[in-house]
Structures are given as C-alpha cells and as structure tokens.
Design a protein around this ligand. Structure first.
Ligand code: GLY
Length: 580
C-alpha cells in the first residue's frame, strides 16, 4: 500500500452509530443527515433557481447570488469560493477543477482549470534509485502540489460569463472567512480525523486543528489569513494569486517545504475554455468533461455500450452484470489511452463511437465474466475527496462544477499567512506507468509526468439535456467526488433517472457499486444490495468487496413539463439543496 498520512473522512460522513441496517438503509440515511431540517424522502422543490452543494453555507451563498440578479455562473463561482472557506476538505483556492456551463439558449462551454505540473517536474520525480515509487512522495507535502488552477478558473468563468462581477461573488466567502461560521459535527470530526496529515505542518495544525485543541461542533471557525487572501483577490483580481502578494506567499511556502512550483509557473498558468464532450443516450444529450478528464470519455463509452440493452431492475443480477462489464472495459481503456490531450494523442472519437461500443457489447454478451485477476489494493482509494456542486438559475442556465485538492485536505500544506491548503494533484499522474496511484487506478504512458502537463482526472461534471425539441432544456445537472469512483457514480445516478425512472432524490440515494478494471473486484455499498443478488454475482465469478459508501452526488433535476427544479443533496454528504 502506498501513501502516508491520515486523510480523514469526508465531512459528510454519517457516524457509524447512525447507520441503519437492511431494508431501512436508504431511508435511514436520509433521516440520519436531516439535522434540523425535516426528514424527507422528497427532493427540494423550487420554481426559479436551485443550488446543491456539499455544504449548507456554500449552497446559500449561491442562492444569495441568484436572488441578487446573478446567473448560474455567478452562483457557481460564489459557491466555489465559499466552499474554499467552509469545506476545507475539498473546497479550495489551492487546487483545480472543471466547470461545465450550459446556456438555455442552447450552447455550452467547459472551463478547464485543472492543475498543471511545474516546469521542473520530471517523469521519474517520485521514483527512488531502483525505480520504485517512493511511498507518499506524490501525496504529502509541497512536492506533491501542482500549480493551482481554481482562482484562474473561477475568475475566467465570472469575467467571461457572470453578471455580478468578481468582487461581488467573493463577498459571501470573505464574510464566512472573516466572521466565521459554526463548525458542524461532520466538519469537527473530519478535521480531527485529519490530524495525522494536517498535524505534520505547523500552519495547518494552527489553523485547522487549533494547535491540537480541535474544533468542537458549534464553535465558530474564523479564518483571518484566508479572509485576507480573499480580500486581496477582491481588491487586485486573480493576478494577486498568480503574480502578486499571494504568489509571494506561495513561493515562500514552496521554498520552506522544497516544492517545485516556481513564480514562473504561477505567472504562466492559464485556465482554458474547451468544448464539452457530447454523447447521446436514448434520445437524451449528455454533456460531460473532455480530457484532461477521463470522466466524459468513460461515461459516454459506458452509456453507448448499455444503451440498447434491457437493464431490468437497477439492483438485479442482470443489470449489475452488464454495468460491471461496461465499467471494466471503459476503465481499461482509461488506463491505456487517457491523458492530457494537449500533450498526448487521445482517441476520443473512437472511444466514444457507437461502433466501438457495439463491438464491446457483443463481447460482453458472449462472454462469462473474466476470472478475477490481481491482488487487492490500497484502501486509500476509498477517500471521498473532491467536491461537486450543481446550479440552475431562473432562466434555465446550468452549471456542473467539480473541483478538488485531490486527497482530503490535499497535500496537508497550508500556504503560510494565506490560510489555504495546497493540492496533491501530482498523484493523479502515473508516477510509474502501470503502478496504481492513491485511488488504486492503474494508468499508462499517456498520463506520465511532464512539465506543464495536466494530470488525468476522473472528475465528471455532467449535464443532461431533454429528449425533445430543437433546443432541449436541461434535464439533469450532476457530478460527484470519489477519485476513480466518480465516473461510475455519475453513470449510476444518470441511469437511475433515465433508464430506471427514479426521481432525483431516489436516484442519488440508491445504493452504488463500482468496478475500475484493476483491481479486478466489484465494490458494493454495504446493506445496499440483496444477499441473493450478491450471491449470484459471486457465483458468476466476481470478487466482491463491501464498503460503507461510494461518492456524493449533488444533483438537480428539472421537470420537463412544468419547469420545476428539484434538488437532491446526497445523503452520504453533509450537503444541502437550496432553492428559491
Ligand atoms: N483528483 C481526483 C480526480 O481529479 O480525479
């Protein structure tokens, strides 16, 4: 097992004592996370706008923007900035991500603000003299950090597509950092559980662990250093981060902890506007993430394989077998072909073609499951890092945004005086092609480290458009954290609505399973599936492994007939859907 340092549980996790068993599994989760809200199995309904994120203050920041006349991008940028304050596990200024935007008028754009390897990065930088991966080197500390993209990406989105302006969308985050907010039970527990990682770096220990005294639920968490950083961004724009005073603070931290990110790397960083990947499933249009994410390619490949098949019931042996076989093939292709398309040639057209899917489908229908291969792999890929949020505004514009520090709390390093954590996104590269990363993902040459290359991601922000009309309106907005499990979580929630006809609350709550080709095992959520189905899968040759939960899908559905917005925060998270 690779890696070191405790990553802690994602803030949303429901305590083990609260977990119900058996048939009450799904309903019990909804009740357990309800807190002061009414326990309900209904999605949150709203007439105009909807924001669903993994943290309540951040969702409310988004709705504040919508009520102030902002559009979905204003709300999405404000949510991203607020999560950097209230959800330090994955919300960030020091990481990167992807924002998928669809306009009600019919066009879409993808903002790629993925982190980038420093110019001094080398292919073998995480290998020892014998060519073996040095445990933890790409995960903990400043050398694990790639050049952050979040500030550039959110600013590019706001300046190009927002209405309210950069200074306005920063306001909720500045307020939350300066005045503080009450720590939830989930955040208190998550911070405490991350002490193995955060305790290694004095600034992180000071800010996030109260110098070892820890935050208790209900205590107010004020972050004056982070407030100062956000105020710098407000006063001087995103250049304060890449060339100005914040850049100087990042450089000082890099020097202290021997990181590779240079002032030139920061100054050169640019978020990029790309075309979203487009697929089709039973008449619906699927918009998703192009490279440097693997998410959209693998999602569309799997949907193409499954499209004409009779999937039956969602938790039946028949549907699970077909989906597992689609997952296995898409993840094998991910390992072989996917990387940053600005550096390597990625056969996106072939991988997402229906003819290729037909060939894979024929293979699946003809074959028994492959015999299990390979040994077990690290539990580390169980980390529920990264965070996703979904926004719809009153005009029907939509944003799906997934961003990340990689590991929960990233590299563990806080930029001194600036109050934000740095990512450990270098671990998303193949430190040694053919060797699993933190998520157990085996990756190939296409994702080897190179200067200024972007590491391959699994983040899959996705928007589904309706199946009628010339300009079909948005039907679903979704995405998830979860490393290598992200793509399958999106696949399953999407199929739950489009193929199994669940409403959005049922779809995000339904139990999940996951196969990523290697290790050759099917991970199933505990208590989620009937013993009979699991037994049939075992008899068919699948090796099963139980896990408490997979992914956290924060999603919005729009009813095609009435236009009502339905928001569902995943009961596996501490999230909240807020509409107006
Ligand atoms: N850091 C997780 C991902 O981008 O897939």
């Amino acid at each position: 097992m690779r890696g070191s340092g405790s990553v802690g549980a994602p803030p949303g996790r429901v305590g083990a004592a609260l977990k119900p068993a058996g048939a009450l599994w799904a309903l019990g989760l909804a009740v357990a996370v309800a807190g002061s809200a009414a326990a309900t199995f209904e999605p949150v309904a709203a007439r105009h706008g909807m924001v669903v994120s993994s943290e309540a203050h951040a969702s409310e920041a988004g709705v504040e923007m919508l009520r102030a006349g902002g559009n979905a991008v204003d709300a999405a940028v404000a949510v991203g900035l607020a999560l950097a304050v209230t959800h330090p596990f994955a919300g960030n200024l020091g990481g990167g991500g992807f924002m998928l935007i669809h306009w009600a008028r019919g066009d879409s754009v993808f903002v790629d603000y993925r982190e980038q390897a420093p110019a001094a990065a080398t292919r073998d930088m995480y290998l020892d003299g014998r060519g073996q991966v040095i445990p933890g080197a790409s995960i903990v500390g400043a050398r694990a950090a790639a050049v952050p993209g979040t500030v550039a990406g959110l600013a590019l989105a706001e300046q190009t597509y927002g209405r309210l302006g950069w200074a306005r969308v920063l306001q909720p985050a500045m307020r939350l950092a300066r005045q503080g907010f009450p720590v939830s039970y989930a955040l208190a527990r998550s911070l405490r559980e991350a002490q193995g990682l955060l305790g290694r770096f004095p600034e992180s220990r000071h800010i996030f662990l109260r110098d070892g005294r820890f935050y208790e639920p209900g205590q107010v968490f004020r972050q004056p250093e982070l407030a100062e950083t956000l105020e710098q961004l407000s006063a001087h724009g995103p250049q304060a981060f890449y060339r100005g005073p914040v850049a100087a603070q990042i450089m000082a931290t890099m020097k202290k902890y021997h990181g590779l990110v240079s002032a030139a790397d920061l100054a050169a960083y640019q978020a990029k506007l790309r075309q979203p990947l487009v697929g089709h499933f039973r008449g619906y249009t699927i918009l998703s993430a192009p490279p440097p994410s693997s998410g959209g390619v693998a999602l569309i490949e799997m949907l193409n394989i499954l499209e004409p098949l009779d999937l039956g019931a969602p938790d039946s042996f028949a549907s699970m077998r077909l989906m597992i076989e689609a997952m296995r093939r898409a993840y094998a292709d991910r390992a072989a072909y996917l990387g940053d398309a600005d550096f390597v040639s990625v056969p996106v057209v072939g991988l997402t073609s229906r003819a290729y899917a037909a060939q894979l489908r024929a293979e699946i229908l003809a074959a028994r499951p492959d015999a299990p291969v390979g040994a077990g792999q690290p539990e580390r890929y169980e980390s529920g890092q990264t965070t996703h949020y979904s926004v719809v505004d009153a005009e029907g514009n939509a944003v799906a945004n997934t961003y990340t520090l990689n590991n929960g709390y990233g590299s563990g390093v806080t930029v001194e005086g600036a109050g934000f954590l740095l990512n450990d996104e270098m671990d998303d590269f193949a430190a040694k092609p053919g060797t699993p990363n933190m998520f157990g993902l085996v990756q190939g040459e296409a994702n080897a480290i190179a200067p200024r290359k972007r590491p391959l991601s699994s983040m899959t922000p996705t928007i589904v458009l309706g199946n009628s009309g010339e300009k079909p309106p948005v039907r679903l907005v979704l995405g998830s954290p979860g490393g290598g499990t992200i793509i399958n979580t999106v696949l399953e929630v999407l199929l739950n609505v489009l193929a199994f006809h669940m409403d959005i609350r049922e779809a995000v709550t339904a139990p999940r399973f996951h196969n990523q080709w290697l290790p050759d095992e099917v991970v199933v959520e505990k208590w989620g599936f009937s013993a009979d189905t699991l037994e049939r899968l075992r008899e068919a040759g699948y090796r099963l492994r139980e896990r408490s939960r997979i992914g956290e899908c924060e999603a919005v559905e729009i009813d095609a007939a009435t236009g009502w917005r339905f928001g569902a925060a995943d009961p596996r998270s501490d999230g909240k859907a807020v509409g107006y």
